[in-house]
Each structure stands twice: as C-alpha cells, then as structure tokens.
Ligand binder design. Structure first.
Ligand SMILES: Cc1cc2nc3c(=O)[nH]c(=O)nc-3n(C[C@H](O)[C@H](O)[C@H](O)COP(=O)(O)OP(=O)(O)OC[C@H]3O[C@@H](n4cnc5c(N)ncnc54)[C@H](O)[C@@H]3O)c2cc1C
Length: 407
C-alpha cells in the first residue's frame, strides 16, 4: 500500500481512565432497589455536604454542627431497629450506610455509630418497653443525641470485670460515682448511657442519664487527639449523680447484656473500617492516575500498581466478609466471635490499606491537605476502639479453643 492510498492518520484521543471504584466484586448489588435508593441518598449527602468541609473541621478538632439539620432530614435514625419511630431496614443496610459514611469521613460515621448503635442500641437491646417508647422516638428523629460511657481512665479492655464506677441504690434512686474516658459525643449530647457496677451484687448495669440537667455530671473535652478529630470525646466525672430507677436499663443486668450491644457495634465498626479503606484507596487511585513522574502517571509504574492491587484485595476481602456477616445476622446466627473476627480483620486490613495509600502519595501523604492523611490517622482509632485488636482475637481464640485467655 502506497502512502497516497493510506487512510488519513487518526488524531490520538487522550485515553479515558476508569474512575476509582472500590466495589470491585459488586457487593452493593446484594442490596435491593429500595435499600440502594437510601444508600444513594446517604452518598449524595456525604459527597455534597460533608466532603467539602470536613478536613477543615478535622484540622480544627471541631464538630460540624451546621450539618445536623441535613443529617436529620436523611431520616436514618434507628436504622436497623424496628418500631419506636426508628427507620427500620436490615442490618445489612445499616452496615452499607456506615461504610458509605466512613468512605468520606470515619469521624462522621463514628458520630452516627455512637448515637445510633451504642446509645440507641443500648436502649433498644437492654431497655424495657416503656423505656423504648420514651427514649427512642426523639433519638430516632435525632432531636436528642446520645453517647455511651463504658471505658474508664484506668479500665479499658478489662471492663467486663473491672469497672470502678459504682451504682448504689437508695429506694427508687441510684447514686452513680466514678469517671468515664473517651466518650464520643459526650461534650454536647443530651442522653448518656452510663455503665456502672452495682455495689449490692457487683454486676454491671446501665443507666440513662439526662446529662445536661442532672447535677453532679460534668464533662471535659479530650484535646490533642491525632485520629477521628471531628468526634468530640469527653472525660466524664460522675459525682453523686442521682438517677431514678425508671432510668436503669431494665434488661441490662450484667456485663453479658452490655456485650449484646457491643456485638452489634463491633459489627458496625467492621463496616466503617472497610469504608475508611475504600476512601483512602479511591483517593490514592485518583492520585496515581494524575500525578506525573518521569513524564508518566505514577499509576503506570509496576510497583505503584502493586500497592493499588494489594489495597483493593484487602477491601474486597473485607467487603465479602462483612456481607456474609450481615447474612449470619439475618439468619440469627451472628455470635460474639463472628463480630470479633470481622472487627479484627477489617480494622487490621484497613490499617494496612490506608498505610499503602499514604505511601503512594509520597510526601503529600502526610499533609492534611490531601484526604488520605485523614483516613490514615483515623484507621488507628478504629483499630483500637470498641475493643482492641488483641481483645477481639481473644474472644475469637476462646471460641475456637474453648479456653478463655482473659477472664
Ligand atoms: C477515638 C476513641 C473513641 C472512643 N469512644 C468510646 C466511647 O464512645 N465509649 C466508650 O465507652 N469508650 C470509647 N473509647 C474507648 C475504647 O473502647 C478503648 O480505648 C479500648 O477499649 C481500649 O481500652 P484502653 O484504651 O483502656 O486500652 P487498654 O485496655 O489499657 O489496653 C492497652 C493495650 O493492652 C492490650 N491488652 C489489654 N488487655 C490485654 C490482654 N488480656 N491480652 C492482650 N493484650 C491486652 C490492648 O489490646 C492494648 O493494646 C474510645 C476510644 C477512642 C480512642
């Protein structure tokens, strides 16, 4: 073929690169259309309202109260809980929602998880019918926000047998004394679930405290955190706090009942940790497609692709695990050990993934001007709160060996 007969050379179009997608195995497709619509609504809120402002709040250690009206409009209070003005829906949907929140901001997911899972969950799981009817509707509408006070300055992993906060009954009143540390939302919320040891029978019991109006209840903000900086964590002091018997969680009679709440919140943290890794991966992938070195996008280098491949492997493994965990819950088979395995695995893989994302950004990976740094720091808190990695493995170790290494 001569030059004269050759067709005109096509102008080379810049190649369209695939947009970052952290749902490689299509786990979102396990939801039905109605659930997907709710998730889309949450994604829209997180991307349009939270994402543009959250780094500023994270850097300043402050909470975006300006977002509360829009959060209330989402109508997701009490997701996964039935009746009492709660949104209802499956626990799978709840998992996807908190994963979606953490994909943009793990602090925001934690704020919601503390209110919805820990505070409302305690009342839903351990409260009487009367208590549920009284407290859950305003909390579902997010008119009243809750916190959950279990950890103490001197007792964290050992809360099952070692709580030092005491509850003493005098007639129809309980008197609480002690301190609680790390309590999320406590600096500004309305309802505190406080766990204390009953001096009469030495058992852990839960109390609903209207913290803004109850004398003897004070909170100091915990400053200088390096993770989940948007969440306002407080150090609570209880000095002869008087609570009516009507506010004692009527089905919370020992730590076993506290653990029923923790099982469900560990379930949720596994989803959050996966969302945290997804957010970091998507940001890192976008960076890899646009950052040029040696005249090429760094995403074209084999060793950078290796980092991205390992990240999406971790994320996909975690997503498949937690989706199965949700099925176990539906089948009524979810055990403490199932939730512990998922919490331990997903938080450990998330921690590994965000570190690779940070590495991929080079120097920019340590600057809060790039969101990967926020995910990198936040993964540390997810790894340790709601029971550390070691404590989850001890719960799992006890289940598989039949031998307890810790109590
Ligand atoms: C950001 C953030 C938010 C939080 N929010 C809340 C909240 O809202 N409400 C609340 O009640 N608590 C909250 N916590 C507390 C959290 O749950 C505890 O920090 C956690 O359970 C660990 O307790 P600790 O920090 O006292 O560590 P410790 O129990 O002192 O543990 C220190 C280390 O020792 C290890 N360890 C302890 N015992 C054993 C053992 N038997 N075998 C092997 N290793 C062991 C642990 O794994 C850990 O590595 C929050 C914490 C953080 C950081």
């Amino acid at each position: 073929m001569t030059t004269a007969t050759r067709p005109a050379k096509e102008t080379k179009q810049p190649r369209q690169l695939p947009p970052p997608n952290s749902d490689f195995y299509g786990v979102y497709e396990t939801l039905n259309a109605e659930e997907l619509a709710i998730l889309k609504q949450v994604r829209g809120f997180m991307e349009s309202k939270v994402a543009p402002i959250i780094t500023k709040y994270w850097v300043e250690d402050s909470f975006p109260f300006e977002l509360l009206p829009a959060v209330k409009e989402l109508n997701i209070g009490g997701l996964g809980m039935q009746g009492y003005g709660c949104r209802g829906g499956s626990l799978a949907l709840l998992g996807f929602v908190v994963m979606e929140m953490a994909r943009i901001d793990p602090s925001f997911a934690t704020f919601f998880g503390v209110h919805d899972g820990l505070a409302m969950g305690s009342i839903y799981i351990d409260g009487s019918e009367e208590q549920k009817q009284k407290w859950l509707p305003p909390m579902a509408r997010m008119e009243k926000i809750g916190c959950f006070g279990l950890t103490e300055p001197l007792v964290g992993s050992g809360t099952a047998g070692g709580l030092t906060t005491t509850a003493k009954r005098e007639g129809d009143t309980w008197i609480l004394n002690g301190e609680k540390k790390w309590i999320g939302n406590s600096t500004w919320c309305d309802v505190s679930i406080i766990w204390a040891r009953d001096l009469a029978d030495n058992q852990v019991k839960g109390f609903i405290v209207e913290n803004k109006t109850t004398p003897g209840f004070s909170v100091e903000k915990i400053e200088h955190k390096i993770a989940l900086k948007v969440v306002q964590n407080g150090h609570i002091t209880l000095n002869n706090v008087r609570v009516p018997e009507a506010n004692r969680l009527q089905s919370g009679n020992s730590f076993k009942d506290t653990a029923r709440v923790l099982k469900m919140t560990r379930y949720a943290v596994a989803w959050m940790a996966t969302g945290c890794a997804m957010g970091a991966y998507e940001a890192a992938l976008q960076y890899a497609q646009t950052r040029l070195q040696f005249g090429k996008p760094i995403g074209s280098f084999q060793m950078v692709q290796d980092l991205l491949a390992k990240m999406i492997q971790n994320i996909t493994a975690s997503q498949c695990l937690i989706t199965r965990m949700a099925q176990l819950q539906v089948e009524g088979k979810l055990s403490d050990a199932h939730a512990a395995l998922a919490k331990a695995f997903a938080t450990a893989k998330s921690r590994e993934t965000v570190a690779w994302a940070r590495e991929l950004l080079g120097g920019n990976g340590i600057s809060s001007d790039y969101k990967v740094a926020r995910f990198f720091a936040d993964a540390e808190a997810l790894y340790s709160y709601e029971g550390t990695y070691q404590m989850q493995n001890l719960i799992l170790g006890k289940a598989v060996t039949g031998l307890s290494a810790f109590v």
